[in-house]
Design a protein around this ligand. Sequence first.
Ligand SMILES: [Zn+2]
Ligand SMILES: [Zn+2]
Length: 375
Amino acid sequence: MTERSARVVTLTRFGAEPEVRSVPLPDVLEPGAVLVEVECATVCGTDVHAWRGDLKPDLDLSEGYVLGHECVGRVVAFGPGPQEDTLGDPLAVGDRLVWTGESCGRCPECTGLGEPGLCLRRRGYLTDPSSRFPFVTGSFAEYAYVYPRAERVRVPDEVKSTWASAASCALRTVVHGFERLGRIGHAQSVLIQGAGPLGLFAVAVARRAGARRIIVVGDPAPRLDVARAWGADIVVPLSVAGGQRAETVLDATDGRGPDVVIEASGSPEAFEEGFELARIGARYLSLGAVGPARARVSPGVLNRKQLTVLGTWSASARHLRDALAFLAAARGEVDFDLLLSGDYSLDSVGAALVGMLEGREVKPVIWMAPRDPGA
Ligand SMILES: [Zn+2]
Ligand SMILES: [Zn+2]
């Protein structure tokens, strides 16, 4: 390894053009850590929230946080310790990897609940700035640091890097959500609210889980086309007025409403609508919301319909593994390339974020610019 520095895209002012900086690479890797060269990254809706200041409005930006948390990297160097992924598969220099932030491994969430994704002492994206070791803490960067206790999974050869990058956050979250949801019966109907990456992956997973009918409410039209291609039976644009939307969903579900509702838009209004549309006894899975926005829902409706409402946050190594396995298994039937929208470089991340914000992009791909060795 001859490089000693890496270009990274940093958040220095909410909503402003991100700044590309050069930061040092960590010269010593902690035991269990891995340094990877990022092959490509994808933009997550959470990155847009982080960039606008919705996610962590109190973040001290003076030190520059590296944006981005979805990517695939190739192993460049290992810290001391076993060279294997979290699931025990051997790892070698050059292998492709996806990984999570680092959880502490000692708190009630990590140990008692067995949910490292819920750890409050998690380190990585937006917790460690680019001004301090290990410097390369986000995915919009030439290199990235996999923390010692971060869960990491080797990417199977048959899975494209761009798909695996999208799996590293969006699809693994969907896989986690479906695990929370439990079995979807072959007689059951599923309403998916939102046609972004979460909603679209939810369509693909629900289809393969055997759902009888899948309805998607969302926008814009090109995303609804992908929803159809990936298995949605009925798509309803948001331009259809609320009352008419409800009628369409009820018509498609024997007049009773969907058995399963999946909120994948992050919109409080969608959450409210989902409550009203869910049939008696339905399960409601919430995937999309990350910010503090509130929804007005009725506890009486919750009880009268005896709804089961499930929250989902982040995911663990088994969800990453299953997300990658899903991509490998479904690639003959699902054209995952349809999810990917524009191609960008580290210098045009700002445009990708704006494209996401304005709904022109579904899943932009950031390709790392070539650099001279030793520069
Ligand atoms: Zn913990
Ligand atoms: Zn994400």
